[in-house]
Design a protein around this ligand. Structure first.
Ligand SMILES: *Cc1c(COP(=O)(O)O)cnc(C)c1O
Length: 454
């Protein structure tokens, strides 16, 4: 019926913005294994995190009980400047694929930072400011997190130092300029400003850096600077909590039209957008209300879920962080050339790792040329230039829609379109000129980095 047609964009009103984040751990039948103090091997106590993170965020990190966490009014007000974000119906993509499937995507690229990362950056900057901190440090790989946090710190007037992976620092000068425009200081990592950085430079002066290395530097700077704390844009439980706003909005928008997804697809780097998107749907799954398939998509060059090991590992290269039980390739693993900078982390959110391990989720990996093929098709169909990270989810969703064509099933597919790719045009250029290559680590290469901590 034409007048019942689902709109191209399903929009929620400002006053429908969620007032609570949802804590997935409260409904998990088994909890993720606790973080361990690497010195003692004992489960970490909340106060042991206080030197690193601000106190409210430490509490959120460790709180597996509180199901709904009220979003402070100041954060809601900031969210209102770019949220609720739309759920798009991909009519044109469905037509081009000639699929009976309905494809929806939740678009998080509608803010200046260009990705979902702002959802957690605002929360983390807010709590730091409220606690009276004098500044924050963080790392950034591709630059999206650094940009998002710089925006949030500008809003709350909080100094910020960003350790930017050297490869990105040189390859993405405009990302760097945006971060600086918002008032943050950017340091190429490894740098000579920390012991961790100097040690790595001594061993390998020409290194282009890694996320794990930049994390080590940012933590060291935070714990050695009075009134400073460190913040991280993914992997942590608190980040998944903040990102649940994505899934809560998506579910509310679809419910307005009595739509419930059969398949939910998201890209997985550290797991925050996927954890956020699936949160209320996973709640239904865990409590027996519904049974959607949930698919994590990762790059073949950094396949933590599909080829990593479920074990305790460090979250950084210099091994200064607590140990987390997660799917990991090893904290010293540095992925080969891949343009999805946000998907180059060696580990995976402990919450998602546990859910995957217990069979509540699936995972697939794709080579980057195949991912860019999906990005090209999507951009032409939908008129949005996707980030390389997001394009992994597009690839996964398209493949599910193609399976529907083969089986004749009209499934409902929802995927997370996490951001836009305007700063990734050199990657697009490589793809378009046919010079992009794929790297897939061999079993031997992966075995060399597997953590032996048990
Ligand atoms: C950082 C980033 C990701 C991956 O991070 P997650 O924590 O796994 O969500 C995906 N897409 C974009 C656009 C990003 O910036």
């Amino acid at each position: 019926m034409a007048n019942n047609k689902i709109p191209n964009r399903i929009l929620l009103a400002e006053d429908q913005l969620p007032r609570y984040w949802y804590n997935l751990r409260a409904d998990m039948p088994e909890q993720p294994d606790p973080m361990l103090n690497p010195g003692t091997g004992q489960p970490l106590q909340t106060q042991e995190l206080y030197p690193v993170f601000c106190e409210e965020l430490c509490r959120q990190e460790m709180d597996s009980q509180t199901r709904y966490v009220e979003i402070p009014e100041e954060i809601v007000e900031y969210y209102k400047t770019y949220r609720p974000s739309p759920v798009h119906r991909a009519y044109r993509l469905e037509e081009l694929l000639d699929t009976p499937a309905q494809i929806y995507y939740k678009f998080e690229g509608n803010n200046t930072s260009g990705s979902h990362k702002l959802n957690s950056a605002i929360a983390q900057a807010y709590y730091a400011k409220k606690e009276g901190l004098r500044g924050l440090t963080t790392e950034t790989g591709a630059g999206q997190w650094g940009t998002a946090l710089a925006m949030a710190c500008a809003y709350f007037q909080l100094p910020l130092t960003v350790y930017m992976v050297k490869g990105s620092f040189t390859q993405k000068p405009y990302r760097r300029s945006i971060i600086q425009t918002f008032g943050a200081k950017v340091v190429a990592s490894p740098s000579d400003t920390t012991n961790a950085g100097r040690a790595i430079l001594e061993k390998n002066p020409d290194t282009t850096g890694s996320l794990g290395c930049a994390i080590s530097e940012a933590i060291e700077k935070a714990v050695t600077t009075e009134g400073y704390r460190y913040v991280l844009g993914s992997v942590l439980n608190q980040v998944l909590l903040h990102q649940s706003v994505i899934g809560l909005e998506a579910k509310a928008a679809l419910e307005q039209y009595d739509i419930y997804p059969d398949i939910i697809v998201g890209c997985a780097g550290g797991g925050s957008n996927l954890g956020g998107l699936i949160a209320p749907f996973m709640q239904d799954k865990l409590t027996g209300k519904a049974n959607p398939r949930i698919v994590a998509v990762e790059p073949a060059s950094c396949p933590s879920l599909t080829r990593g090991k479920y074990t305790y590992d460090f979250c950084d290269l210099a091994n200064v962080t607590p140990l987390a039980k997660m799917y990991t390739l090893g904290s010293a693993f540095i992925p080969g050339a891949n343009h999805a900078g946000g998907l180059r982390y060696h580990g995976m959110s402990p919450i998602l790792s546990k859910l995957y391990h217990d069979g509540y989720m699936e995972a697939v990996s794709y080579e980057q040329t195949n991912v860019f093929k999906a990005a090209e098709l999507f951009s032409r169909a939908e008129g949005i230039l996707p980030a390389p990270e997001s394009s992994h989810a597009i690839r996964g969703a398209i493949d599910e829609a193609v399976k529907c064509k083969e089986s004749g099933e009209a499934k409902v597919i929802l995927f997370g379109l996490t951001g836009t790719g305007y700063f990734d045009m050199s990657a697009y250029e490589q793809y378009l000129s046919g010079t992009m290559s794929d790297t897939i680590p061999s079993d031997e290469e992966l075995a060399a980095f597997v953590p032996k901590l048990g």
